[in-house]
Structures are given as C-alpha cells and as structure tokens.
Ligand binder design. Sequence first.
Ligand SMILES: Cc1cc2nc3c(=O)[nH]c(=O)nc-3n(C[C@H](O)[C@H](O)[C@H](O)COP(=O)(O)OP(=O)(O)OC[C@H]3O[C@@H](n4cnc5c(N)ncnc54)[C@H](O)[C@@H]3O)c2cc1C
Length: 376
Amino acid sequence: MPAVQNVLVVGGGAAGTAVAIRLADAGVAVDLAELKPEPMGVGSGITLQGNALRVLRQLGVWEQVQAAGYAFDSLGLRAPDPAGTLLVEMPDDRTGGPDLPATVGMPRPELARILLERAADAGVKVRFGRTVTGLEQDGDGVDVTFADGSRGRYDLVVGADGIRSSVRRLLGVELDTKAVGMGIWRTFGPRPAGVTRTDLFYGGPSYIAGYCPTGENSLYAYIVEPAQDRSTLSDEQRLSTMKQLAEAYHGPWDEIRENLTDPSRVNYTWFETHVLPAPWNRGRVVLIGDAAHSCPPTVAQGAAMALEDGAVLADLLLGGERVDDELWDAFTARRFERASTVVEASNQLCTWLLNNERGDVPGLMHRVAQTVSSPA
Ligand SMILES: Cc1cc2nc3c(=O)[nH]c(=O)nc-3n(C[C@H](O)[C@H](O)[C@H](O)COP(=O)(O)OP(=O)(O)OC[C@H]3O[C@@H](n4cnc5c(N)ncnc54)[C@H](O)[C@@H]3O)c2cc1C
C-alpha cells in the first residue's frame, strides 16, 4: 500500500501537476488547489530540455507536447554585429535519451492546459481560485483550512506553489530569495521561417538576446539587461523599450523586431534565485519546484527540475509504506544535489555576464546536460 491515501497539492504548475498525475494514476485521492481563477490564457513560451520531456512522457503527455511545440537538436551562438553572424551551431545533448529531441519550445499556456487536463482525466480534483490559509499537523495527517473557510484533512500536503510559496510561509520557513541583478524582456510572436532552433546573442548593449521557436507559427524572444525598475512604464513604453533594445541585434532579430507590435505580449521580470537547505519537508508538508529552489532561466532547467521533483516524490510515496524520515532522506538524496547543481550553474552564467568575464559557457552547459542526463 502506498505511503499516502489522500494528498493535497497546492499549486497547479509543472511541479504540482506532475506529482498529482502520478499519484492519481496509482489510485491515490488527490485534491489540487490552484490560486488562479482559471487556466492560463495568455503567456510567453518555455524551453523544455530532454530531461523535462522524459518526465512529460512518463506522465503520458509526450505526444500532446510534441504536437503543440517545436522540437530541435542544436543551439546557435550569434554575434551582436550588423549581420547577426552565426558563430557556431552546437549539437545539443539529448538529456532525455536518444529517442527524445534535445529540446522542445512551446507556448506556456499550452503546457499548462495539457498538464491540467491530464490531471483532471487521472481523477485529480482540480479547484481553481482556491488556496490554503492554515496548516496544522499531527503524526498522522495535516488539517488544512482553505481561504473560503472550508477544511480538509490529508495524509500529506505538497507545496508546489512557486517562488513566493504561501505554503512555505505558513510553515514558517525563512528563505532569502535574491535578485541576481538582471531583468528579462520577453515577447511572444510569429516565427520567422529561418528560426528553427534557439540562438543566443551574447554581448552588445544587453547581456543576452535570444529566441526559441515554440510552434510552426510562433516563437518567444527575450533580451536580458541589468535589472532596473521598469514598473512605471506604460504598455506602449514597454513595447518601445524592448524594440529599442532589440535594435542592436540582427539576423532573425530584424524580422522579430518588425513583428513586435502588440504591447500586451511584452513582459518584464527580474531574475531571482534561492535554494532551500534540505530537508524540504516539515513533517507531512513538503515543498517542491520553485517553492524549494529557483534559478534564473540561463540553462532553461527550472521547469525540468520542477517536473522531476514531482515525479520523484510520487515514486517514493507510491513505493514506500510510511511518510517517515527514511522517505524524506531518499527524497533529499535524489533531489537536493541535482537541483542545487542546476541553480549554481544558472547563477554562474549570470555572474560571468555581470562581471564581464569570459567563462566557459559551452563547457558549463555540457556539464549541466551530463548531470541531468541520468534519470532523476
Ligand atoms: C523569465 C523566466 C523564464 C523561464 N524560462 C524557463 C524555460 O525556458 N525553461 C524552464 O525549464 N524553466 C524556465 N523558467 C523557470 C520555470 O518557469 C519555473 O522553474 C517553473 O515554472 C517552476 O514550476 P513550479 O510548478 O514549481 O512553479 P510555478 O510554475 O510558479 O507554478 C506554481 C503554481 O502555483 C500557483 N500558486 C501560487 N501561489 C498559490 C497559492 N497560494 N495557492 C494555490 N496556488 C498557488 C500559481 O498560480 C502557479 O500555477 C523560467 C523562469 C522565468 C522567471
């Protein structure tokens, strides 16, 4: 018999849906509380590396992801010169195994829809517009109070509620989330025919300019700059700022910039990071995904780590008989070092860029790929 019979998952992102689907498939009763009032309608794109695809295949959604996204197997580095010169095209490691592409780009709302629908099909009771306000636990379970005043008792609560996790706060866990000193402009638009993989432009007036195809007709593009307060800009000003920053980049960027016309498609966020020291549980409440570790997206592994956390946690709960220290030690052994390695590598790339140091970027990316190539 699994270690748990009924579980509350707080947060319906990659981490939360992964653990929920695996548990529900095995017959565990799962409630999922998602703060948003409805599934994500608009959003940017996401780069999913092979190790993320491996988990998505385990979750039974690989065919849907493949159909909704754009697969590719290499990474280009380009110069910030008037021709956008291609410096090198590097084959990407297939970290999910030889039968999965190295990378798939896809629209974030599509990934969210696929995972949430799969969770509902598996029997997970997904409730939107719902969150928790109280957690009280004893040796056998957790009494949960929801924001609407209703209550429930669960064998386990999974806090998969992202970087500013409320579950973490309710547990009284102090965690210092740091800004790394960079901000990213992102936009979502039509894919120029010539964009068939991610290209990164390092240098020029910004730290990085890049893009990733997310479908036959779509891509997301981004520019990373020194972090600054952009909160007072109007929508039109945000659009013109991103366009202006993009003027330094050419090749496919010329067409991407031309297509940059919709202010509602432009988004600005700071890069932030944290790693919660192990263990990530307090009794029968555990934090996974960005709630436990978060990194700037410089190696595009955040969602992969979140999916892996969810899948590994479910494996251990289904394979174990009790929620005890042995289970949490096994979870730490399989997740802490791997996720910390990814966070450190992502931060290292930022440090090199911030200090204008010439680091071994391909070498670091290859080391991350080797780390995540073995199944989590
Ligand atoms: C600019 C940027 C670009 C990125 N690009 C990539 C990329 O290309 N590839 C990649 O792998 N990773 C990328 N990442 C990282 C990736 O987005 C995250 O690591 C990943 O989404 C974490 O998944 P999660 O499920 O832990 O958290 P989230 O995706 O944040 O999901 C948490 C969920 O919990 C919900 N929630 C929040 N609070 C509550 C609450 N109190 N109660 C109930 N529900 C709640 C939220 O609405 C959300 O649905 C990027 C991150 C940033 C900032």
